[in-house]
Write a protein that binds this ligand. Structure first.
Ligand code: C2E
Ligand code: MG
Ligand code: MG
Ligand code: MG
Length: 282
């Protein structure tokens, strides 16, 4: 609707709609949708790793794999922006396979220098999860990289089973039987978080960082976090707090017996080389 925008004289004798913001965001979406395949082929994707510590001991128990896109023209693009687009185009499938393969290889390098943590945790988005080839692909990559399934964790959000709960249960059971650790990511933000816990046994629950952010300033949030910790532990699940940014937040989690923590206060996501330095200092 033309009336929605300011009309601006562009100095060349014609008028144009001044809706730069909207045009820019559509153009950026297009750029991302069209650029992802090349990004993968040209090696513009990079992996960063963020440690997860056991709160009681401070020991690094796992690292989470986080994808970055270093675009030659537009600079760093974050997964929160391009993963949803890759989901729509389907590019998330080859990208996800690349992520797993590359992460398994990097892990082998940490093993060689004797600092590999127990688990390597990879994010799996809904489209990847609903892919019928998911399990065969994982098996193939693990074999190819000689990576033990017991070392692998998959982080999935509540909406992975959005389409078909029964099918999701079957798949999750098969992954568990392979020895793969299952973590429920961003817990508390989905439609029926508790219903999930009733039906599917996860090994880990990750409390969404929006809760951790308010845990000290909002009494109700603090109570909810305490009860998530209690509920998860009653079900024999390990509880991880994500997005821990301050010592005070970590202290609160420690006082409330949360098992593990992850966040900028502990360590930012790092490239493989820097992660090794961090792990060796431990
Ligand atoms: P997530 O799995 O919930 O990952 C946690 C996000 O929180 C990461 O953002 C991480 O960098 C950020 N983070 C960690 N600690 C802190 C903190 O203390 N404060 C704040 N403000 N943020 C913190 P990132 O790397 O931008 O990733 C965003 C999301 O993109 C991830 O959320 C995950 O859902 C998705 N993602 C990332 N890598 C992959 C991937 O390889 N495959 C798939 N399918 N999804 C991915
Ligand atoms: Mg995650
Ligand atoms: Mg999360
Ligand atoms: Mg998230």
């Amino acid at each position: 609707d033309a009336a929605m925008y300011d009309v601006k004289f562009n100095g060349k004798n014609h008028w144009r709609y001044y809706s730069q913001g909207i045009e820019d965001s559509n153009q950026r979406r297009m750029m991302i949708a069209n650029g992802l395949r090349k990004a993968l082929e040209r090696g513009e994707l990079e992996l960063y790793y963020q440690p997860k510590i056991q709160i009681s001991s401070g020991a690094v128990m796992a690292v989470e794999v986080l994808l970055r896109w270093e675009h030659p023209l537009y600079g760093r693009i974050m997964p929160s922006e391009f993963i949803p687009i890759a989901e729509e185009t389907g590019m998330v499938l080859p990208i996800g396979e690349w992520v797993l393969r590359k992460a398994c290889k990097d892990y082998k390098a940490w093993e060689k220098v004797g600092c590999a943590p127990e688990k390597l945790c990879v994010n799996i988005s809904p489209r990847q999860f609903s892919d019928h080839q998911l399990i065969p692909k994982i098996k193939q990559v693990l074999e190819e990289t000689n990576f033990h399934p017991q070392r692998l964790g998959l982080e999935i959000t509540e909406n992975v089973a959005m389409y078909n709960m029964a099918e999701a249960e079957t798949k999750l059971t098969e992954l568990k039987e392979m020895g793969i650790l299952l973590a429920l990511d961003d817990f508390g933000t989905g439609y029926s978080s508790l219903n999930y816990l009733r039906r599917i046994t996860f090994d880990k629950v990750k409390i969404d960082r929006s809760f951790i952010k308010d845990v000290l300033s909002h009494e109700q949030t603090a109570k909810i976090v305490q009860s998530i910790i209690f509920t998860a532990q009653s079900l024999n699940m390990t509880v991880v707090a994500e997005g821990v940014e301050t010592k005070e937040q970590l202290d609160f989690l420690k006082a409330n017996h949360c098992d593990m923590a992850q966040g900028f206060y502990i360590c930012k996501p790092l490239p493989s080389k820097e992660l090794i330095e961090f792990l060796q200092k431990e």
